[in-house]
Design a protein around this ligand. Structure first.
Ligand code: FES
Length: 102
């Protein structure tokens, strides 16, 4: 059964942007895209680079270190040097707040 955890208010993430969110020793990236809100692991799967300084380009997050790209909704690695998919997490929005299922 999913354990929904409150992240932040929807208006705390700019459109076409992401925030870093740390919880119980883990770190995540929470996105606001045209398709809604999404959550992935915070670190790029190529090296230990946090994605928070990355660029949201439509449905894609581009890692700031070597420009590896991932599809935000699925975590799928799209181009080298990123070749391992990002883990993703279910997100829901209720009354203007974002929740993530861990
Ligand atoms: S650390 Fe992200 S592409 Fe290299």
């Amino acid at each position: 059964m999913s354990n929904w955890i409150h992240v932040c208010a929807t208006d705390e993430i700019d459109e076409e942007d992401l925030i870093r969110w740390d919880h119980e020793g883990r770190t995540f990236a929470i996105y606001n895209t045209d398709d809604g809100f999404f959550a992935t692991d915070g670190y790029c799967t190529h090296e230990q680079q946090h994605l928070e300084e990355g660029l949201v380009i439509g449905k894609v997050i581009e890692c700031p270190l070597h420009q590896g790209r991932f599809e935000i909704a699925t975590g799928r690695a799209l181009n080298p040097p990123a070749c391992i998919d990002l883990k993703t997490f279910p997100v829901k929005v209720e009354a203007g707040d974002i929740y993530i299922a861990l």
